[in-house]
Design a protein around this ligand. Structure first.
Ligand code: C5P
Length: 420
């Protein structure tokens, strides 16, 4: 997403975050020194930035530099006597359009996950209803520690929080691994996409499929697959939280505020998806659709016979995404998923081209503990403009948020093209 200052009638006009107030929570890690650049970027996009320091953050960055760069008073403790009668945490809570915690240490992540309020920063986050973006930054062993992973996943499963995944690299302490705070430009971009009317998916009609289809053999048996539907449901929840008009076509029953059409077979899924496709802005085919179904479905339960062998004739199912890729309008976006057990990249990129998709989310199903049935996955996102992005292991909801960010910038590009 390109956001920049523009000269309009010789006046500087900021793009993206005008009239938005971001409360930046800074916790005590060495990456706190990067906050000054982060504040400059956010201000450059038009935002009003207020800083709240955790107790230890003082050791890494001074209130003087933060207030000078943000051009606002810096908030540090709960018990200051001020001009206003309102408690400071309540005042800040009402002020924030978005809360960004960067850097977020293991300590603040643990406190937020468990509702501990022992300073102004943690108290204000609990008192506010604003969305919270968290940019972890810590030593790779601390990031990898089961306690940190558990705390991050608690936050990630709440609709209010989004984790901005840290990057791989050499840390200030010399260790190498995941734990470097995401780049300032990526953080600023995610902030912008979350604030543009809930991430620019506002009123976009998004059709999402979830689960694995079941192809009946007889009244008792079916051909199925291991898909749990978790990725598709996470996708639908993330898009809905950003204001999208979501319809979920699912093989798994879920109670949600958006419409859920329950289907069982690939043909039923095709029927529902096709009936909604014309009016949708994006189709996200997360479902694992059976490639084959029994040619004949027995009305009665098939009995064992004397023969050792049993032959089931199969016929191909329609490839829903392939058919719709051929008829899609130029401004419709289609996203597919590819679960592969070999040649991940070449298989996924062939599918991207053959099925005329905008994006394909590829994952290697041979990696233990992630993917089917798990809450986590690790994926590679290939796009039709040649981009390739690797997301390390993270909760499916975090992957969904990332896909929503890409979707939001694609919609923005389409809008800009339509305007010119
Ligand atoms: O070819 P493959 O099944 O691996 O392609 C995966 C993608 O195609 C997924 O997005 C899946 O939902 C979609 N698909 C489909 N109809 C099928 C098979 C797969 O829409 N019959």
């Amino acid at each position: 997403m390109k956001k920049s200052k523009k000269l309009v009638n010789n006046q500087v006009s900021f793009q993206g975050l005008e009239n938005k107030t971001i409360v930046l929570g800074i916790s005590g890690g060495i990456a706190a020194y990067k906050c000054l650049d982060l504040i400059s970027s956010l201000r450059g996009m038009g935002a009003n930035v207020h800083c709240v320091l955790s107790h230890n953050a003082h050791e890494f960055v001074t209130p003087l530099s933060l207030s000078t760069i943000s051009r606002n008073k810096v908030h540090t403790n709960n018990f200051e006597i001020k001009d206003s009668w309102q408690p400071e945490h309540i005042e800040l809570a009402k002020l924030a359009d978005l809360i960004l915690i960067a850097p977020a240490t293991a300590d603040i992540i643990a406190k937020l996950a468990h509702g501990i309020c022992d300073d102004l920063l943690t108290t204000f986050v609990l008192a506010s209803k604003a969305k919270v973006l968290i940019a972890p930054a810590m030593n790779p062993n601390m990031y990898d520690h089961p306690a940190t992973k558990h705390n991050l996943s608690i936050l990630e499963h709440k609709l209010r929080y989004q984790i901005i995944a840290p990057e791989f690299g050499e840390m200030a302490c010399g260790d190498i691994g995941y734990g470097k705070m995401a780049q300032i430009s990526s953080i600023a971009q995610i902030v912008a996409s979350r604030l543009e009317v809930h991430g620019s998916l506002f009123e976009k009609k998004i059709l999402i499929t979830a689960g694995g289809t079941r192809e009946p053999i007889d009244p008792v048996r079916f051909i199925g697959n291991r898909s749990s539907g978790k990725m598709g449901i996470a996708m639908a929840d993330a898009a809905y939280a950003r204001g999208a008009d979501v319809t979920l076509v699912s093989t798994v029953k879920v109670e949600r505020s958006y419409p859920v059409i329950l289907v069982e077979t690939a043909q039923e899924m095709q029927e529902s998806v096709e009936s909604e496709f014309d009016t949708c802005d994006a189709l996200i085919m997360t479902a694992a659709v059976a490639d084959f179904r029994p040619l004949f479905v027995s009305v009665h339960k098939i009995k064992k016979s004397d023969s050792e062998d049993f032959t089931l004739d199969l016929t191909q199912n329609p490839d829903i995404i392939d058919l719709l890729g051929r008829v899609k309008r130029e401004n419709q976006i289609i996203i597919g998923f590819a679960a592969e057990s070999e040649e991940l990249l070449s298989n996924a990129s062939q599918k991207l081209k053959r099925k005329k998709l905008d994006l394909i989310i590829a994952n290697d199903i041979t990696v233990p503990e992630i993917g089917f049935g798990s809450d986590d996955n690790a994926v590679i996102i290939l796009s039709n403009d040649g981009n390739k992005e690797t997301l390390p292991r993270m909760p499916k909801r975090a992957i969904a948020e990332h896909i929503c960010d890409i979707l939001a910038s694609r919609f923005l590009e389409i809008k800009e093209l339509t305007l010119h």
